[in-house]
Design a protein around this ligand. Structure first.
Ligand SMILES: CC(C)(COP(=O)(O)OP(=O)(O)OC[C@H]1O[C@@H](n2cnc3c(N)ncnc32)[C@H](O)[C@@H]1OP(=O)(O)O)[C@@H](O)C(=O)NCCC(=O)NCCS
Length: 195
C-alpha cells in the first residue's frame, strides 16, 4: 500500500488505441480485488464479456467516455461514464484502481473528475452499481456523497448474477444548474446511450 494522499496523478481521456491496455489493467485489478466478493469463475466470465475489446470499442463508439489515471506515467486506474435514458442522469460505469494505490486519494480524484465531466455535459445526478459485498468501494462512494438508492439483482448469463446496490449522488450545486443530458439527445452532444 502506498501511504501518501498527495500522489501527483494525471487523468486523461482514453483513446481507442489504449483500450487494450485498459482491458489488461482491468484483468489485473479484478483478479486482485474481487476474490471473496464474487467467485473466480464469475470474475473470468465477466472480464471476458465486459472487457472484450469489441465490447469496449462499441461502448466508446456509442459515446461512453473512458478516462485513464496515470501516476508517474504508469497506467494504474480507469473510469468511464455515460448518459442514461432519464434526462440529466449519468452513470459512473467503471471506477477501478490497482489495489496497491487504494486509500491514497486517487479513486476520489477519479470520481471528482467524472463528476466534473458529467456536470460539464449537463448532468444533475450520477448513479452507479456496486456489488453489495464490495464494502470498501461502498464506503468510499458513501464518503464521496453517494447514497444507496436501490438494491438490484441482474442476470448476467451462464447462471451468474450481479447482486448490486444502485448508489446515487446529486450533482447540482448553486450556480451549476444542469441542462438535460439524455440518451435521446446524445447526437446533439456527441454522446450516446452506452447499454
Ligand atoms: C473504489 C476505489 C476506486 C476507491 O479509490 P481509493 O483511491 O481507494 O479511494 P480514496 O483513497 O480516494 O478515498 C475516497 C474517500 O473514501 C474514503 N475511503 C476509502 N476507502 C475507505 C474504506 N475502506 N472505508 C471508509 N472510507 C474509505 C477515504 O477516506 C476518502 O475520503 P476523504 O476524501 O474524505 O478522506 C478503489 O478502492 C478501487 O479501485 N476499488 C476496487 C475496484 C472497485 O471495487 N471499484 C468499484 C466498482 S463499482
Amino acid at each position: 500500500m502506498i501511504k501518501t494522499n498527495t500522489l501527483p496523478c494525471e487523468i486523461s481521456p482514453c483513446a481507442e488505441a489504449e483500450l487494450s491496455a485498459l482491458a489488461k489493467l482491468a484483468g489485473e485489478i479484478w483478479r486482485q480485488h474481487y476474490p471473496g466478493i464474487i467467485s473466480r469463475e464469475q470474475i473470468e466470465y465477466m472480464l471476458g464479456k465486459m472487457y472484450a475489446l469489441e465490447t469496449l470499442r462499441s461502448e466508446l463508439h456509442a459515446g461512453v467516455r473512458f478516462y485513464r489515471l496515470l501516476v508517474n506515467e504508469q497506467f494504474v486506474g480507469f473510469a468511464s461514464i455515460g448518459p442514461q435514458p432519464e434526462p440529466g442522469v449519468v452513470k459512473l460505469h467503471k471506477c477501478y484502481l490497482l489495489p496497491k494505490f487504494h486509500g491514497c486519494g486517487l479513486g476520489g480524484s477519479m470520481m471528482q473528475h467524472c463528476e466534473r465531466e458529467a456536470r460539464r455535459l449537463g448532468a444533475r445526478r450520477m448513479i452507479l452499481a456496486v456489488n453489495k459485498h464490495n464494502s470498501k468501494a461502498i464506503a468510499a462512494y458513501q464518503r464521496k456523497g453517494f447514497e444507496i438508492a436501490a438494491s438490484v439483482i441482474t442476470e448476467f448469463g451462464s447462471g451468474f448474477v450481479m447482486d448490486d446496490f444502485i448508489m446515487a449522488k446529486d450533482l447540482t450545486s448553486p450556480g451549476q444548474p444542469g441542462a438535460a443530458w439524455t440518451a435521446a439527445g446524445a447526437s446533439a452532444t456527441g454522446i450516446a446511450k452506452p447499454e
